[in-house]
Design a protein around this ligand. Sequence first.
Ligand SMILES: NC(=O)c1ccc[n+]([C@@H]2O[C@H](COP(=O)([O-])OP(=O)(O)OC[C@H]3O[C@@H](n4cnc5c(N)ncnc54)[C@H](OP(=O)(O)O)[C@@H]3O)[C@@H](O)[C@H]2O)c1
Length: 293
Amino acid sequence: MLVGVIGLGRMGTALAKRLRSKDFDIIVWNRSREKAEKLVKEIGGEVASSPRDVAERADYTHIIVSDDVALFDVTMGPGGVLEAVSPTVLVNHVTCTIRASITLAEKAKTKAFPYVEAPIIGGPSVLEKGDAIILCSGDESHCGAESIAALGDVIYLGSPPRALAAKLGFNHIILGIVSSLADAFGLVEAHGIAWENFVNLVLSKTWLKSVVDRYGERFKLRGKSSFAARLAAKDALYVANALVEKGLDSSLAAAVANHYAAMVREGYAEEDYPAVAEFFAKYGRELRKKPRD
Ligand SMILES: NC(=O)c1ccc[n+]([C@@H]2O[C@H](COP(=O)([O-])OP(=O)(O)OC[C@H]3O[C@@H](n4cnc5c(N)ncnc54)[C@H](OP(=O)(O)O)[C@@H]3O)[C@@H](O)[C@H]2O)c1
């Protein structure tokens, strides 16, 4: 079986490495071709000339690009997957909007391409080990594909967009928790308590210990990331969008999106998303330095 991978960012690279470690033959495509050539040199496989080329040759085509725009470009744009003359099973791992997934599912259907939503819980290192959680919606037999099972635990959730609804719900929780820690860090810093002391002296003594232990160094602005702040801003915006579409209250999701958008605005787009904590702590600290009125 030949498996296609479209998008070789942090997650796509980890996915391709996982598939190769399980002896799948792969064909890959990335917008910046040099990344694809470098990866294939390292792990083997072929570089395709376009997303269409991947789809024409692969039995399953895994798509893992950044957002709605990228998803539409590689599927419905020129040279896109849906131009392929023979159908492939489309496996959409992108954390996209519910509307984008529904649109793609409808277009795929008109071309007789089977479509599954398969958003991923877990970062690149987890995915590369095959320990991710894959939420899957679509035909159950396609969700049971070997190339999906190789990535981790597959949780079948019925028809689209249920997998995406569950993924957006999950991300809302984790992005919101970290976002509220960021507010708290800013508050304690503004009152003269270093955020690290707040973590060690207070939070670590409570049930939040597991949360702060999990993130640890990732609260700090370190110039490297496994899940970029720009993608966190995008996900929170997609959550707000999904809530609005169902007539539900989106004010919390919008506030969370604004937290990560502030990082993007201030030049921290590529930082790891939990560093939003130190980002807001800095504002609190700066307030302390200002003279009083
Ligand atoms: N990182 C995580 O921990 C994590 C966890 C779960 C889910 N996710 C989701 O997985 C997806 C990928 O995340 P990532 O961390 O791998 O992102 P990333 O490192 O920023 O990689 C983004 C990928 O999308 C491609 N891309 C962007 N715009 C494009 C366009 N217009 N046309 C074609 N390709 C385009 C990039 O190509 P270039 O190389 O040419 O820029 C790159 O291959 C996102 O939806 C994210 O929300 C991420």
